[in-house]
Design a protein. Structure first.
Length: 279
């Protein structure tokens, strides 16, 4: 699986790391307003954020705070009202080729086999699927799905379907992986299992991952940094470094350090009036 591993940081000609190259995604002064006959809806306001190469960053906030809109702006799927999104120093004006996307719903095609679903982005790119079949099988093996390559999505559990969706997002070995609440519809046990799976994949590949969630423990468990957002319109209120040792196991959630991060974020939301204060 060595081909899954890449250096996300571009090196300067003299071999020294250029400080600018450490920034993989730069979001500057981003505003997003939706216009309709019923009036304008301001979804995002004054978003400034630098995401470093190889970083696992979670964007955390309540429903309606613009998390998914922000992800779509990074993915080139939404036009910006103001500001800019740059990837590797280039403005995003269309979906970048070196980016994979995983959504909350797996959006698998039930009439195609698991293997053919994973290969779908290859077909969209008009590449020869036979040249990517081995890579697809390696990914399925990595996620313990190789035995199900010829099965159909309707034969799989929800967690297995989401694993297939992640394999599909990784098939072209993207340097940047965007994940929009991919585990939000799963039961707690399966969600924990996939959190561990994703932690393991990140440890192995060190891809740049932007992960959308509304679960505070999930964000703390997975992330290098957590971006905390408020709503109406969506703004960044805090960016929190998560200094917990890796690799991480589920029992880290029982440690005082983990609990302190969770409590801090919860208190931030309470201060914004998003969560009720406990008695």
């Amino acid at each position: 699986m060595s081909e899954l591993v890449r250096d996300p940081v571009t090196e300067a000609p003299n071999g020294a790391s250029d400080a600018v190259s450490d920034v993989y995604v730069r979001i500057s002064g981003l505003d997003k307003t939706y216009h309709s006959e019923r009036g304008d809806v301001e979804a995002l306001k004054a978003i400034d954020l630098d995401i470093r190469g190889g970083e696992f960053i979670s964007i955390l906030g309540p429903s309606g705070c613009g998390k998914s809109t922000l992800l779509k702006c990074i993915a080139g799927l939404e036009d910006l009202t103001a500001g800019a999104v740059d990837i590797r120093g280039r403005p995003v004006t269309a979906p970048p080729l070196d980016t994979g996307i995983v959504f909350q719903r797996d959006v698998l095609l039930d009439w195609r086999s698991v293997l053919d679903n994973v290969l779908l982005p290859i077909e969209f790119a008009r590449l020869k699927t036979r040249n990517w079949r081995e890579k697809a099988l390696e990914l399925l093996h990595l996620f313990e799905l190789e035995a199900f390559a010829d099965r159909f999505p309707w034969e799989l559990s929800g967690g297995m379907r989401q694993r297939v969706a992640i394999c599909r997002g990784l098939i072209r070995d993207p340097a940047l992986l965007l994940m929009d609440e991919p585990f939000g519809a799963l039961d707690a046990i399966t969600r924990d299992e996939l959190n561990l799976e994703l932690e393991r994949i990140w440890e192995r590949t060190h891809k740049t991952i932007v992960f959308i969630t509304h679960s505070i423990p999930e964000a703390v468990f997975l992330s290098s940094r957590v971006v905390v957002m408020s709503r109406n319109p969506g703004r960044i209120v805090e960016v929190l470094d998560i200094e917990l040792d890796r690799p991480r196991a589920l029992d880290i959630r029982e440690t005082p350090a983990f609990t302190k991060y969770v409590r801090h974020i919860r208190e931030t939301f309470e201060g914004l009036g998003i969560m009720k204060r406990g008695r």
